[in-house]
Write a protein that binds this ligand. Structure first.
Ligand code: TXA
Ligand code: MG
Length: 336
């Protein structure tokens, strides 16, 4: 069997029993890549430690990086934790199913491998109909990081998963559910401290979280000198093959682009809102954050298929609505 075996649901509404093969594979300890509304996940039965170990091998991911557990309902989430604070209920009521991960003290039957030894577990109910139907039929919690190799750009289409994991040591069943709607990972919020704290900006913005909860703290991963409280916040992450440089002014793209070309670089660009789109190297993404987020990773994957050596990115506006996009671009750009 090829490492990635694809089941195509991209243009059909799955019928009852459509997930029989996938569920049997999952329950037997196999790896299952599936679409969520944010990005594709690489899933395994969360309570089966040997199955979860396969995720780390397939991704080449260090065991110090905790996984998000996906469930179909609030009740299934509650079964994985030791406390369910009022804030969790409010957030679940407002945003589940959806792109929000709650970090809560874990129940003892959640394997340490899932949480990378941390006392808390990240949980979410995803909003994608295929993911939800799968989780309902499976009836088990599914641990799933994004279905890319460690540090690479997350997949928002099945073809990205196929390419990324084609040489994986594990065989993987992949459900193709078309392109992801949100396009950036979920927001991760820690509810174990005195104040709810955003560990990773994502699909649900800080303004909506504050409307729901009142005070919410933000983590400034750029500034924090000590160990990162959420290991997935490694500073270089989500990176394409080419070097990526963020430029504040659109005019700089022309000047810096010419200078790079003079040095023999193959220059690609991503502009925001308006400009000249000349694929495969030059792209213009929407001037509003949801549309931009939906297409960003697909654009970086497309550029990975070119011979670009440097990608010049026009920095989007410095406003709260753009913070998840800003965060991913900064991480893709930073080299340590
Ligand atoms: O949208 C998403 O969240 C996607 C889809 C597949 O659900 N998943 C995803 O997983 O992005 P991953 O593993 O690529 O990123 C998980 C993030 C990391 O930043 C990780 O550190 C954080 O969630 N996280 C998970 N469990 C945690 C925990 N117990 N404590 C703190 N952070 C946690
Ligand atoms: Mg990831």
């Amino acid at each position: 069997m090829a490492p990635v075996h694809l089941l195509d649901f991209s243009s059909t509404i799955p019928e009852a029993r459509a997930f029989d093969e996938a569920v049997a594979h999952l329950r037997a300890g196999g790896l299952l890549a599936f679409p969520t509304e944010t990005v594709y996940g690489l899933g395994a039965h969360a309570l089966d430690e040997a199955a979860v170990a396969g995720i780390f091998r397939a991704k080449g991911r260090p065991a110090s990086n905790p996984l998000i557990v996906h469930v179909a309902s609030v009740e299934a989430a509650q079964a994985l934790v030791t406390t369910w604070p009022a804030a969790a209920q409010r957030l679940a009521d407002a945003f589940w199913p959806g792109p929000l991960t709650l970090v809560l003290p874990k129940a003892s039957h959640v394997p340490d491998l899932v949480t990378a030894g941390l006392p808390a577990v990240g949980i979410r109910v995803p909003g994608h109909p295929l993911a939800l139907a799968l989780l309902r039929q499976a009836g088990v919690p599914v641990a799933a990081p994004s279905a890319n190799r460690y540090m690479d750009v997350s997949p928002t289409e099945a073809s990205h998963v196929q390419r990324a994991l084609a040489t994986s040591p594990e065989s993987i069943l992949l459900l193709d559910g078309g392109a992801c709607e949100v396009g950036l990972e979920s927001t991760v919020i820690d509810l174990t401290g005195e104040l709810p704290r955003v560990l990773r900006p994502g699909g649900i913005g800080i303004v909506r979280l504050r409307d729901c909860l009142g005070e919410v703290a933000e983590l400034d991963a750029q500034a924090s000198p000590g160990p990162l409280p959420s290991p997935g916040l490694a500073r270089r992450h989500y990176a394409p093959r080419a070097a990526l440089r963020l430029l504040a002014q659109p005019e700089e793209l022309v000047r810096v682009g010419a200078a790079c070309e003079a040095q023999g670089e193959v220059v690609a660009s991503i502009r925001c809102g308006s400009g000249d789109s000349r694929p495969p190297l030059h792209h213009v993404l929407p001037g509003e954050p949801e549309g931009y987020a939906r297409l960003l990773y697909a654009t970086l994957h497309a550029l990975n298929q070119t011979d670009a050596t440097i990608i010049l990115v026009q920095a989007p506006p410095q406003t709260a609505a753009w913070s998840a996009v800003q965060d991913r671009l900064r991480r893709a750009a930073t080299t340590l």
